[in-house]
Design a binder for this molecule. Structure first.
Ligand code: GLU
Length: 495
């Protein structure tokens, strides 16, 4: 099904910590639907659970959305016709809805104490009742009883009068028709004793007021549907269309959690994943273009996004697929762009491998050396750090190749140093030609000679392409490194 109308969708994070992959996948689907239909992507902060608020959490949400390029149209610092977009600043709207619901007897004041409710829960557990939760004690209070309780109670909450018979039905975009037995849902709280609304009331009032057309959210919210639909009915409002998104699972099919690795999207940023790869990957967690295409550029995902192609089954988070996809995006990037990205990444995260950080020009130059070898940006520093180090550590064992001895290695170093010092221009091609002919002349295996040069100049047995690396290091530095290696060998042989 293609939705052609301009959808108004909202991402509604609670500022309770770092944005989780599941939250951000919802934000991506919201954004895709908004952009696909030329609609609006709205970000609303749901901060009515005051005890769970974490300082700085809104900034983390903002940062995550910005990093992934999910630009929003209203809320989170942007004005719009239906603001404010922070629930704690919208109490008047909820109070007005409460008044209306009380007037029509769809809501009532409840004076039950915590102790009574705890006892009730205990009894219900023992009796194994099907309708759990509040028993409706205050639902039928007479005026006189209410007045007395009002005078004697410190506080009260407002509850919704849930129908006790019948069914509530929705046509979910992902799951199709879902029916709920009203008798199984208790009279839930709308307004808490602290004067703040619950999620149920605030979400319905805001979705209505902000003219939200489609509510996309995680499947853990399915059980809220009968509550929300009944609030809409009681207020005489039309509900939005719902799409409940499949839970993100770990490869062992359990719910993805910290024990499986990073779950915060900003951790993936720090681990060196690219926003485009992450967006592509996360959009395939539950949605597919045709069931097989994996690499889909952002514009194409927007163009083809269709919420009715979202799966019901849980979506498995496969880190190997993400690594592969990220490597693909890196390999297909212009070298200069990769260099710029590496420069910014290194500047921000200061990899410990570097003695000094590469400049932007140097980052661009080394980008070509590592482009084919990276899964993440984080893989790059260990490969190229030797270029930005003043001293290189290696031991005798590394420097002396198989079947060679100290004298033989020294003579290779001398011959290479001599041959390389005459090269003009000092380019990867001419370096390669010269080193190969040295190997020929000395009757050495090319691999042995190159291995010696590699360890002398990088301190590593594995390094990016050698000839390009030598070109980047430059004639003087290479000659210095070869002579350092020789001194090291001489000092070893003298000991
Ligand atoms: N504040 C809820 C959350 O953090 C939003 C649920 C919804 O989208 O309705 O998941």
């Amino acid at each position: 099904m293609i939705i052609s109308n301009r959808a108004r969708v909202r991402y509604a994070p609670s500022p309770t910590g770092e944005p989780h992959l599941g939250n951000i996948r919802t934000a991506i689907f919201d954004w895709l639907l908004a952009r696909h239909t030329n609609g609006k992507f709205i970000v609303r902060v749901e901060d009515t659970d005051r005890a769970r608020i974490v300082d700085g959490a809104i900034d983390l949400q903002k940062h995550s959305l910005e990093w992934l390029g999910l630009d929003w149209d209203e809320g989170l610092g942007k004005d719009g016709p239906f603001g404010p977009y922070v629930q704690s600043e919208r109490l008047d709207y909820y109070n007005a809805a409460i008044e209306s619901l009380i007037r029509t007897s769809d809501a009532y004041k409840c004076y039950c104490t915590e102790e009574r409710l705890a006892k009730l829960r205990e009894e219900q557990r023992k009796q194994k009742l099907s309708r759990l939760g509040y028993d409706g004690k205050c639902r039928g209070l007479s005026e006189k009883e209410s007045t007395e309780l009002e005078a004697s109670s410190d506080s009260n909450v407002i509850r919704f009068s849930m129908p006790t018979v019948g069914i509530t039905v929705i046509e979910d975009l992902v799951r199709g028709r879902i029916e709920f037995d009203n008798a199984l849902v208790d009279d839930f709280i709308l307004l808490k004793a602290d004067g703040f609304p619950t999620y149920h009331l605030a979400s319905v009032v805001d979705d209505k007021h902000m003219q939200i057309t489609h509510v996309l959210r995680g499947e853990e919210w399915v059980s809220s549907v009968p509550r929300h639909i009944q609030i809409y009915r009681a207020l005489g409002w039309e509900p939005p269309i719902y799409a409940h998104l499949p839970t993100i699972l770990a490869p062992d099919k359990s719910k993805l959690s910290k024990r499986h690795g990073a779950t915060s999207v900003l951790e993936y940023r720090e681990m060196g994943y690219l926003p485009d790869a992450m967006l592509n990957f996360l959009s395939l967690l539950g949605w597919s273009l045709d069931g097989e295409t994996e690499i889909i550029p952002r514009e194409d995902i927007v163009k083809h996004f269709d919420p009715s192609r979202i799966n019901v089954a849980g979506a498995v988070f496969d880190i190997e697929k993400l690594d592969w996809m990220n490597g693909y995006y890196i390999r297909n990037m212009e070298t200069q762009e990769l260099g710029d990205i590496l420069f910014r990444y290194w500047k921000e995260f200061q990899p410990k491998e570097f003695e000094r950080l590469p400049s932007i020009e140097e980052s661009r130059t080394v980008a070509s050396l590592v482009r084919e070898r990276l899964k993440t940006l984080n893989d790059a520093a260990p490969l190229v750090a030797f270029i930005f180090r003043d001293s290189i550590d290696y031991d005798k064992g590394q420097l002396i190749q198989n079947d060679m001895d100290v004298q033989g290695t020294i003579s290779i170093l001398d011959a290479c140093a001599e041959a390389l010092s005459n090269i003009e221009p000092y380019s990867a091609d001419s370096i390669e030609r010269v080193l190969r002919s040295v190997a020929n002349n000395k009757n050495l295996k090319v691999g042995q000679l190159l291995g010696t040069v590699r360890v002398s100049t990088s301190g590593q047995k594995v390094s990016p392409p050698l000839f390009q690396s030598l070109e980047i290091l430059g004639k003087e530095r290479v000659s210095e490194l070869l002579s350092n290696a020789k001194s090291k060998l001489l000092s070893m042989s003298n000991n």
